[in-house]
Design a protein around this ligand. Structure first.
Ligand code: DGY
Length: 320
């Protein structure tokens, strides 16, 4: 029997994923669970046939140019592939896959949490109660912005955007969206299509971003686009930090243009933006959109399905 292919797992994935990976591959684990550096990736490429990285491992053009020819496939444990220079990898003939579908509900749930938390002063309220500083109540105390029936703008109606819209319908939100292509009426379910972002933004009392980070979407929400949102809008980002100009967001929060923001993604990760910390109307989480037990197993299994297909000589389902 031929030797099993060698697979590197640079991060600590779920136990079920590791167990299944061990069945079919010779697995090299990174017990320390530290992000794989450029030098780690390059060194490991001479020892393995496959890698299952996360968005924390960066396959830049410089890294890809130095990969050993032994490495044949990068089966990402993520739906986002903005950490991979796809053109450089294609030029080296290295196959790249991702894990779509399986994390849509978990990420959409988190976007709902961000939207509600931002709208209803979750950070301020939690601090008051937790610190023992809650010493009064009045009808004008911590009055927030109601989600039910409000206009919701969604940028990017892919799998996560549609899962988010489905959950937002539970709040009777009036859904508007911008997407490169219009959805079918069955998929739209009454949502209003906008052919441009400029048309969508003035309608978005709540705006949620669900598009990938690419050179076209970098700083998509900049000062001029934030300016055309309705006054007091709430911005939600559970996609990628690159989509938002963080200085412009801060100006809009301090100037009162935005009532609040809910963010799971930042330009700098890990770490976030320390300048946001003083603003309790910015509700922040540390990039945990897909972090549920069920979804982590599903992501690992989807990545392994792609690897199994590749090493069986078939085209992986989630070829990027
Ligand atoms: C993804 O899958 O892209 C999530 O952001 C987690 O990496």
């Amino acid at each position: 029997m031929p030797d099993k292919p060698v697979l590197w797992l640079p991060r600590r994935v779920s136990d079920a994923t590791v167990a299944r990976a061990r069945r079919d591959f010779q697995v090299i684990l990174n017990e320390a669970d530290t992000p794989g550096t450029a030098e780690d990736i390059i060194a490991m490429s001479a020892r393995v046939d496959a890698m299952m990285p996360c968005h924390s491992e960066h396959f830049t053009a410089e890294v890809v140019a130095r990969l050993d020819p032994r490495l044949k496939i990068i089966a990402n444990h993520s739906v986002g592939v903005d950490h991979c220079d796809l053109a450089a990898l294609a030029a080296r003939g290295i196959v790249v896959t991702n894990t779509p579908d399986v994390l849509s509900d978990a990420t959409a749930e988190l976007a709902i949490l961000l939207m509600l938390g931002a709208a209803r002063h979750a950070v301020h309220g939690d601090r008051l109660v937790r610190s023992g500083a809650w010493d009064s109540w009045s009808p004008s105390f911590m009055v927030g912005k109601q989600v039910t029936g409000a206009r919701l703008g969604i940028v990017g109606m892919g799998r996560v955007g549609r899962a988010f819209a489905a959950k937002a319908r539970g709040f009777d939100m009036d859904i508007h969206y911008f997407n490169r292509t219009r959805l079918t009426p069955e998929q739209e379910q009454g949502a209003t299509y906008h052919h441009s972002l400029d048309s969508l933004l003035p309608k978005a009392d709540f705006l949620s971003l669900h598009c990938p980070a690419t050179s076209e979407t970098e700083n998509l929400m900049n000062a001029s686009r934030i300016a055309v949102l309705p006054d007091g809008a709430v911005l939600v980002n559970s996609a990628r930090g690159a989509l938002v100009d963080e200085d412009a967001l801060l100006d809009a929060i301090t100037g009162g243009k935005l009532a609040a923001a809910g963010l799971d993604c930042f330009k700098t990760e890990p770490g976030g933006n320390p300048a946001f910390a003083a603003h309790e109307n910015i509700f922040m989480l540390p990039h945990i959109g897909s972090a549920t037990t069920r979804t982590r197993d599903a992501m690992g299994f989807r990545a392994l399905d792609n690897l199994d297909a590749f090493f069986a000589g078939n085209t992986p389902r989630d070829l990027v």
